[in-house]
Design a protein around this ligand. Sequence first.
Ligand code: AMP
Ligand code: ZN
Length: 138
Amino acid sequence: MKDQDCIFCRIAAGEIPSTAVYEDEEFRVILDLGPAAKGHALVLPKEHYKDITEVPEEVLGKAFFLAGRVGAAMKKALGCAGFNVVQNNGVEAGQTVFHFHIHIIPRYEGGPSMVTWKQGTADPEEQKKIAEQIRSAL
Ligand code: AMP
Ligand code: ZN
């Protein structure tokens, strides 16, 4: 399905201009308009899925494989030391465009720290309960 009101559907279809890095029948990879670092790219499937929970297994496999290929190319071509693969689902998780996409963010030596969080502590009994709650919903 494609959604005419969805900006990433329209970018993936080539109806709205973008700076493309790669394209095939199922995906377009573009540079992010507000890059967190030089070369920040987005993998967009051409089909519309609102987030990861809607994406079929095969498409998801191809999308993440492509993210790895693009990251490797960034290391070769841009000289980044590594890269983060980030994927947001839901407003609270920072998703702002509700068409599934994968961020590939190059990381340069001496660059700013990003995609980080403060480690908490875990109570073993509580952890067991939480794991059981998740397991029962799978
Ligand atoms: P998220 O917050 O994970 O939904 O990511 C959405 C990303 O899309 C942000 O990093 C935006 O900078 C980027 N973005 C929004 N509109 C465009 C656009 N027209 N072209 C390229 N990137 C865009
Ligand atoms: Zn869409």
